[in-house]
Write a protein that binds this ligand. Structure first.
Ligand SMILES: [Zn+2]
Length: 305
């Protein structure tokens, strides 16, 4: 499913058993904007059940949207009341991390269970923590009104991805709100391990998602709504990236940041990124060729009758 053939891939979820990576989510203003988008997609607690749903819009419509226009599209729909409802919906936040989105759902009047395989993540205070893996959810069939799953699926090795998505579909009675990087260029963020020569996506992302292949993971569900927004990232054509990697020998600019860990050998020491003349030139060419576009896709799925 769109993975980079030359990059090394893990087979388990060990990455998520450490506290690494959670600190970077603190104080991220983009997450606030995403929370607003999530609440706008869902509407008031329990109110959504009564709302009529529009059909899906086409992928072509989506690709022509900028982050600004999709934000605008959402904000124009927020005429709904934000009052908490007595019969609050119950949501399960799978891969909750520190619970940034789950706490926002709680503030909207929903009841949220926060599930993660990482004990350090659960110790950081998400509501009603549950320690479990996405592929064995300790919840009964259709036992919650909705399942939230943000920035999780792109990390999951096969076959955990397929077992996990079956589990998400099993436990929700109606809604699935899934967030992933939108049309991510996985090779753009490759690191080269100086110790073992493995190439891997720095963020541990293994899959590239857009609406059709994401929807295909959830048979029996249809698209109710969607949002594209968040931080802007720049595309990079594959041929130009090939020159940058293979000829210039320059990989991700984020090599010098904390938290890098080779998934094959465990090496945590990476030299800071330095351009050479050729990588400087390929980036300059890329700025002429490619556009910046928003990084996140949120898709609200509804179980078909
Ligand atoms: Zn290594």
């Amino acid at each position: 499913m769109g993975t980079e053939p030359e990059s090394w891939q893990p087979t388990g979820l060990e990455r998520f058993e450490s506290a690494d990576g959670f600190a970077e989510y603190a104080d991220n203003p983009d997450l606030e904007a995403r929370n607003r988008a999530i609440l706008s997609l869902l509407g008031p607690a329990s109110g959504r059940r009564l709302a009529s749903h529009t059909g899906r819009c086409s992928e072509t419509d989506l690709s022509s949207e900028t982050g600004l226009s999709s934000e605008t599209r959402l904000s124009s729909k927020t005429g709904r009341s934000a009052q908490p409802d007595q019969a609050a919906e119950q949501w399960l936040d799978v891969g909750c991390g520190p619970g940034i989105a789950g706490r926002a759902l709680e503030r909207s009047g929903r009841t949220v269970f926060s599930l993660d395989a990482s004990r350090p993540a659960l110790a950081s205070g998400p509501p009603r923590p549950v320690c479990a893996s996405i592929d064995t959810l300790p919840f009964a069939d259709r036992s919650v009104d909705g399942v939230l799953c943000l920035e999780v699926l792109e990390h999951l090795p096969e076959p955990i991805l397929h077992r996990g998505t079956e589990e998400l579909a099993r436990v929700t009675s109606r809604w699935l709100l899934v967030g992933v990087p939108h049309r991510e260029n996985l090779a753009r963020n490759l690191l080269l391990c100086p110790a073992c020569d493995a190439r891997f996506n720095r963020s541990g992302h293994l899959h590239r998602f857009e609406v059709p292949n994401l929807l295909a993971l959830f048979p029996g569900f249809r698209v109710s709504d969607r949002w594209v927004g968040g931080p802007k990232v720049r595309d990079y054509p594959g041929w130009l990236l090939w020159v940058r990697h293979r000829v210039a020998r320059r990989f991700s600019e984020m090599s010098g940041l904390k938290g890098n860990c080779c998934p094959r050998c465990g090496n945590r020491t990476f030299p800071p990124f330095r351009h050479n003349l050729l990588s400087f030139a390929t980036d300059a060419v890329n700025r002429l060729l490619s556009r910046r576009r928003p990084y996140w896709l949120l898709i609200l799925l509804e179980r078909e009758a």
